[in-house]
Design a protein around this ligand. Structure first.
Ligand SMILES: O=C(O)CCC(=O)C(=O)O
Ligand SMILES: [Fe+2]
Length: 209
């Protein structure tokens, strides 16, 4: 007998409906749940996020200590909570899509990778034993089409997702069986030609904002 663990998103069919959008599921793994999604953002929303992030981009940092390291090259910024109409609309949709209250959402992060830049394999949750309000799920939204490279890659599953403007990859690591959480190890493969822009939404177990 296999015991299926409870998932955060109940993705039985081939689409997910939010208040303002119908989001097709175009690929999936069931345990751990990983969904490839289309049409999460409009092209107009993708362009607006890139434009708004623009001059606020800084060399990316990692982890709770927020240190610069070779684990992640590229640059990043965070929007303030609901800081403008674009961010408010997207945060609301993403919270519905991820089936987690907006109060549990971290600030929306924008990441930019130029040629040769990457995010080496990592977990999005904090692995030390004493984390009280850990992350439980991630949505990585692709804001442009990448010329070459830049896949989001899950090495333990040998599963990769090619960036597609307006699309996204969703995964969660809220399982009782920690081996399932560990299978969400993932990387942003090096961009080999062109550039890559993503928006990442992380959700916490408890209220965060
Ligand atoms: O750039 C990617 O494809 C992955 C980004 C990522 O892992 C993250 O923002 O935590
Ligand atoms: Fe990540």
């Amino acid at each position: 007998m296999t015991i299926q663990e409870q998932t955060i998103i109940h993705a039985a069919g081939n689409k997910i409906r939010t208040g303002d959008r119908e989001i097709p599921i175009v690929g999936r793994i069931d345990e751990p749940l990983i969904l490839i999604l289309d049409n999460v953002l409009s092209f107009e929303e993708c362009d607006a996020l890139i434009e708004l992030a623009g001059e606020r981009m800084r060399r990316a940092k990692v982890g709770q200590s927020r240190v610069v390291s070779d684990v992640r090259t590229g640059s990043s910024m965070f929007f303030e909570e609901s800081e403008n109409e674009w961010v408010r609309t997207i945060e609301t949709r993403v919270s519905e899509l991820m089936n987690v209250p907006l109060a549990h959402a971290e600030p929306l992060q924008i990441l930019h990778y130029g040629p040769g830049e990457q995010y080496q394999p990592h977990y999005d949750y904090f692995a030390s034993g004493d984390v009280v309000n850990n992350r439980i799920s991630t949505l990585v939204m692709y804001l442009n089409d990448v010329e070459e490279g830049g896949e989001t890659y899950f090495p333990s599953l040998r599963f990769g997702v090619a960036p597609k403007k307006g699309g996204a990859v969703y995964f969660e690591y809220f399982y009782g069986d920690k081996r399932l959480n560990e299978l969400t190890l993932h990387a942003g493969n090096p961009v080999t030609a062109g550039e890559k822009w993503v928006a990442t939404q992380w959700m916490r177990r408890q209220q965060y904002r």
